[in-house]
Design a protein around this ligand. Sequence first.
Ligand code: ZN
Length: 165
Amino acid sequence: MAIRPILTFEQPVLREKAKKVSRVDTSIQRLIDDLTETMLDAPGAGLAANQIGVPLRVCVVKGDDNQIWGLVNPEIVKHAGEQIGPEGCLSYPGWVGEVKRFETVVVKARNRHGKEVRIKSSGFTARAFQHELDHLDGVLFIDQLTSLETLRRVEDLEAVAAASV
Ligand code: ZN
């Protein structure tokens, strides 16, 4: 495992649609391990492969109970309700803004063994899944703000870490 540099928003790879993974092999498992280590070190609640310069549909998300999901080709197959709240991004350090998301989502993906999984989540974890899936389509939270006026600089590192994905 290795901690990889996290790219910031001006890097073009963060604006590209990431490619589907055709086979879950050891290189994908290594990528999931690197993403996990980099996310925990940052610290953040999620990280997408293109944030470390790899344009593949792979991401990791940390749940409220500290469970970590490594997902390959994730997609939202069901959603319900909505939530509005503060959100930040490891590729946009120090800034938080208000984003509207689904309250509950079911994500279908392959896990690190290539097996199909379905994960139901709500609240902040559901927010993290939606934020990471956006990354894989080249979309940043800054594009999703309810209003540009909600964007604010956050000096409190703990608060930023709690909201950054
Ligand atoms: Zn992000």
